[in-house]
Design a protein around this ligand. Sequence first.
Ligand code: BES
Ligand code: MN
Ligand code: ZN
Length: 475
Amino acid sequence: MQVRTAGADLEVDGATIVIGVMEGLLPAPGSETMFGGVDVDLLEAAGFEGKTSQTMTVSHPEAKALLLVGLGDEADYDRIRAASGNAVRAARTTRLVTHLAVVGVEGATRAVVEGSVLGGFQFRAYKTNDEKTRVEEVEVIDGDPGELAEALIVADATNMARTWVNTPAKDMSPVAFAQEVTARAGTAGLGFEVWDKDRIETEGLGALLGVAAGSDREPRLVTLTYRPEGSVGRLALVGKGITFDSGGLSLKPSAAMEEMKVDMSGAAAVVAATMAIAGLGLPIEVTTITPLTDNAVGGDATRPGDVLRPVEGPTIEVLNTDAEGRLVLADGLSLARRHDPDLIVDVATLTGAMRVALGDKIAGFFASDREVAAKIAEAAARAGEPFWEMPLHKDYRRMLDSTVADIKNVTSTRYGGAIAAALFLAEYVKDTPWAHLDIAGPAVSRENSGEQVKGGSGVAVRTLVELARAMAGAV
Ligand code: BES
Ligand code: MN
Ligand code: ZN
């Protein structure tokens, strides 16, 4: 999709003109007959009131159509972004001329770009016919060109993460994912290193190997490095990259397994965010680590009761092979620590318990201290992504005490499952400032709404970029 700024005097032939309507701003039926050239009775008859998620197409004398989109009761950044997403899917032309950035709202251009590019995302690689009309061009009236360019980088990166998440596990093996990432790393100005199975063995990543043992497809560990000049800080990102989570020998029931190609959403998010951070040229060093493996059920799969030796930190008694994310992250976090970062952030579709707690639209996060917690909360708020802090309640740590090893990978109760998982990870982070983002709920969008499209959501990409911006002193 092409997105650019334009003045109000441009040619609108063949385009759909988009205007935002706030709830309560329409004249009462009967009081006036016209609103912005539209018959008010017509709007009334169609039930269009300007509520968020409402759209209505009417004819226009010069353009192909006029599309009214609801902004609800406030025209803020979030509503403009959502309205832009709704507009791009409601439009029936390939070109849009949008007036949604006209309102004098901070970040309005960014909201229009994100709404349009994210809301207009389509994943059709596996569809036989590709005839669905889609908006190809968006002209943003009175948009800010600099803001537009930056927002495009972030939105495109988010869509890249979505594409990876949506790709069936058959075609997104650890090897394929590593290839995909390294193919793009060079052009993005990033350094990269890929460890194959032999290297993972010589490095002693026993936890990653323990998960990979059940699969015929080899694991990989990808490290991306962004080293800008004049860097003012160091960020390490770690992403859970389970390319398919069958549960292993602790096999998932069919319904729970259906969606498990998305279990590499954390890895996709940290990689996409790293590329966006580099694209924006933020003066922050970033080291991004993604342990990649299937969690499968082959003849040599790790058995409940087996003990794994991660590269560093507590030995692990695996009692449930479906708690595999924390295992690969244990190795990933230890490696991240070696880079001596100011902050480590891991992103993972880690626990069903988090989804139970916060639902499908809110991600949970844990932080090692108040300062880190504030940074994550503020970054998420600026990004317009719902994140909610969860407690790293130290007293629950003893539920992970193991009889045969230093720690076990599950507790004997399902209560507090997301917290137990976070406390497990904390063992491998030691005293480095750290945040853990559990995106098990919102990694997938289950509806088309605003900037969200059914399928992988790319959640956390925008929050990580905002975090890097803050570390770079750019906000
Ligand atoms: N990948 C799952 C978590 C998940 C669930 C992600 C639903 C997205 C949607 C994770 O590996 C897992 O299976 N966790 C177990 C942990 C349990 C065995 C302690 C879970 O949540 O059931
Ligand atoms: Mn699992
Ligand atoms: Zn998993």
